[in-house]
Design a binder for this molecule. Structure first.
Ligand SMILES: NC(=O)c1ccc[n+]([C@@H]2O[C@H](COP(=O)([O-])OP(=O)(O)OC[C@H]3O[C@@H](n4cnc5c(N)ncnc54)[C@H](O)[C@@H]3O)[C@@H](O)[C@H]2O)c1
Ligand SMILES: N[C@H](CO)Cc1c[nH]c[nH+]1
Ligand SMILES: [Zn+2]
Length: 465
């Protein structure tokens, strides 16, 4: 790992962060080319990329429903029991996020509110390149189902033999995915963003993936909704002298083993901790079947050593990691000072993999510094809000003059007319909207009922003239 040592008033700078997670330009370019080719060439293009990047392509991208359900009988009972435990806890957590429609009635009878509607169709991306992710099937699908999304389709890359993992399919059956397609990478994102002969276009794409998937999602956003940039995994451990080096090492390695582009940070004000953690990593990584990926990732990891907890916390907030672990005495007391992190694991017992699998909060989280403005995937990502506005004649009479004055200031005559015409109908004691002729005759007078006073001219360089 690289080392940055800060002392006194020194603080971590953006230039100290290599930001592997922030999607390199070559990957953005490559993802764009793949998406454009799929938009143009549809199934045939998807098939070419599938063969090129996954080494195999199934005859049909759609996985028959009976194959999905059949996977439940193929997997180990212990796995299935654990999967169902995870499902229940994820569901319980996300039920709390569901937003309800609400309405309020003013004294004049006017009703205002918010109508909540599920997104009509979503594609959940489930990664499947360097590992299988049945846990991500649950994390992506449960909030969609809690929100009431009527069509949830899942896309995930085929394995080298063109099949899908029984674990992943069993998770799709437990979570209630409506349709499964064996297609992954940027080509899957292009396919569900624009549609092909056999893969449907959806309204929104969610879920994590490697840098190609994240880059493709960013590229198609706008033409289709996306949740966030959830790219290669990240963890930041904030540790003081109470931290146990081997435990910190295991937690860094737990994210490093996802992807050579995963990024690990250790931020500490304890003088010898970093060396002890690195020594523990050396021993432990040698035993991992994923040693190569783990070491490749840790090579660009960063250790930030500080001589104060304040500088350490500032560094964490600048990093804005996907996952933050607080290995500190009185860890809960630090929570209020953490501004930027996708998920915060408080205290030494809160192993990040608990959050990956079973705790309940979502493990699809913002990466590459986007935790400064993004949220964990949640039910809110699958719900849209429409404002509801229903006026009574009394409400119109009360608010109408303000609308007309504001419309007049904006020079929007018909806006004022729209309200003025209704006021005229009220004045004439008729609520018959079909009888507008009389109101029209008086339209100008009603639209600009009173000349506004000319305002002064603001001096844009400061002060008032
Ligand atoms: N941020 C989160 O919430 C979160 C959650 C879970 C996993 N993850 C991350 O998801 C990722 C999973 O990655 P993965 O690779 O295992 O699976 P993946 O499904 O994301 O990516 C595999 C696909 O990438 C494409 N690909 C591979 N090499 C390519 C190349 N050179 N050019 C173009 N396309 C190429 C292929 O189409 C392949 O099917 C990891 O980075 C992991 O850290 C993130
Ligand atoms: N740590 C990943 C999010 O960055 C989620 C995950 C799934 N399985 C194991 N881990
Ligand atoms: Zn993980």
């Amino acid at each position: 790992m690289r080392n940055v040592t800060l002392s006194g008033e020194q603080r971590l700078q953006q230039k100290d962060l290599m930001r592997q997670g922030a999607l390199p330009k070559e990957i953005m370019d490559s993802a764009q080319q793949i998406v454009d080719a799929v938009r143009e060439g549809k199934d045939a293009a998807v098939r070419d990329f599938c063969l090129k990047f996954d080494g195999a392509c199934p005859k049909s991208f759609r996985v028959p429903d009976e194959v999905v359900k059949g996977a439940l009988d193929m997997v180990d009972p212990d796995f299935l029991e654990s999967l169902k435990r995870a499902y229940r806890q994820i569901r319980d957590f996300h039920e709390r996020e569901r937003e309800q429609s609400w309405f309020t009635t003013r004294e004049d009878g006017t009703i205002l509110g918010v109508k909540v509607t599920p997104v009509p169709s979503v594609a959940v991306y489930v990664p499947g390149g360097r590992a299988q992710y049945p846990s991500t099937v649950l994390m992506d699908t449960v909030p969609a189902k809690v929100a009431g999304v009527p069509r949830v389709i899942m896309v995930t890359p085929p394995q080298r033999d063109g099949s899908l993992s029984a674990y992943t399919l069993a998770a799709a059956a437990v979570a209630g995915v409506d349709e499964v397609y064996a297609v992954g990478g940027a080509q899957a994102i292009g396919a569900v963003a624009y549609g092909t002969e056999s893969i449907p276009k959806v309204a929104k794409i969610v879920g994590p993936g490697n840098a190609y998937v994240a880059a493709a999602k960013r590229y198609v956003s706008g033409d289709v909704g996306i949740d966030m940039v959830a790219g290669p995994s990240e963890v930041c451990v904030l540790a003081d002298a109470t931290a146990v080096p081997a435990v910190v090492a295991a937690d860094l390695m737990a994210q490093a083993e996802h992807d050579p582009l995963a990024t690990c940070y250790l931020v500490t004000d304890a003088p010898s901790l970093a060396e002890e953690v690195e020594a523990a990593i050396d021993i432990l990584a040698g035993q991992s079947p994923r040693e190569k990926i783990t070491r490749a990732s840790l090579e660009h990891g960063l250790v930030v050593s500080t001589d104060s907890l304040d500088a350490a916390i500032d560094a964490v907030n600048l990093i804005a990691p996907e996952h933050l672990e607080l290995h500190c005495a009185q860890a809960f007391d630090l929570l209020g000072r953490i501004q930027n992190a996708g998920a915060i694991f408080v205290g030494p017992w809160s192993s990040e993999p608990l959050g990956d699998y079973v705790a309940g909060p979502n493990h699809t989280l913002p990466t590459g510094g986007t935790a400064v403005f993004s949220n964990p995937l949640g039910v809110y990502d699958f719900q849209k809000r429409s404002s509801v506005i229903s006026y009574t004649p009394q409400g119109l009479a009360a608010d109408g003059p303000a609308v007309q004055a504001l419309a007049q200031a904006e020079g929007l005559w018909a806006h004022a007319l729209s309200v003025g015409m209704r006021r005229k109908l009220l004045e004439e004691k008729t609520e018959r909207f079909s009888d507008v002729t009389a109101a029209c005759a008086d339209a100008m007078a009603t639209a600009w009922p009173r000349k506004l006073e000319e305002p002064g001219v603001p001096n844009l360089e400061g002060g008032r003239d």
